[in-house]
Design a protein around this ligand. Sequence first.
Ligand code: PGA
Length: 257
Amino acid sequence: MRKTYVMGNWKMNGSRAANATLLSGLKAGVPALRAGVEIAVCPPFVYLEATAAALAGSPIGVGAQDVSEYDKGAYTGEVSVAMLKDVGATYAIIGHSERRSLYGETDAWVTQKTVAALAGGMLPVVCIGELESEREGGLTEKVLARQLDAVLAAIPNPVPGGIVIAYEPVWAIGTGKTATPEMAQETHAFIRNHLKKGGEAFAAQTAVLYGGSVKASNAEGLFSMPDIDGGLVGGASLTADEFVGIYNGAVAAFGRR
Ligand code: PGA
């Protein structure tokens, strides 16, 4: 059976004091994994090491929000896979729509970062998603196929479960507009089918997370869909009660699988 995840993307939020409060709330709310659902937080780079230290001994994992495609050297401002692992991160979000739209990350660049993460033994959480105009223009599947194909072409024999996909319709991110569970399921089913290019086992074992205005009140409904394997959560991951509520929704939904 494929793995399930609830991941929090803090984006550019937090402070040492606020993080300490949030992390102690999460540790109290999730003292142990339930129904096999993995949980992780992705703080800004500068807080990764302290976050990993605060979570030592807890089941909550740590990931980064981005990673360099290079190993080391003259790349001012960049952070490598090895550095992230060194400070306790085991996941890296790659190709978030904010990085694609605000910082010009292309499919090719996202692919290079994904290849670097895999080579360094880090689980990449590759984000894909269509703009509102693309959905309205009937281009959703075309856009998602293009984003997936770029990555799949660079990984000839993908290891089942070795990569996580996060489907985040850009129009649902931070807007309060969530895709309905049925609408999300339809797109997730398309994604899973497309992942067969990497082999049947790869498609069956790849966790495809949903992101975009996930909150405690809609989590269980979304996660009850057969091809939605968890969530990548932005705003609602900044409040312990909300994020724990989302985790509990995942446990309820995935406990029935
Ligand atoms: P949101 O963000 O939950 O605030 O909509 C999701 C994301 O960007 O990963």
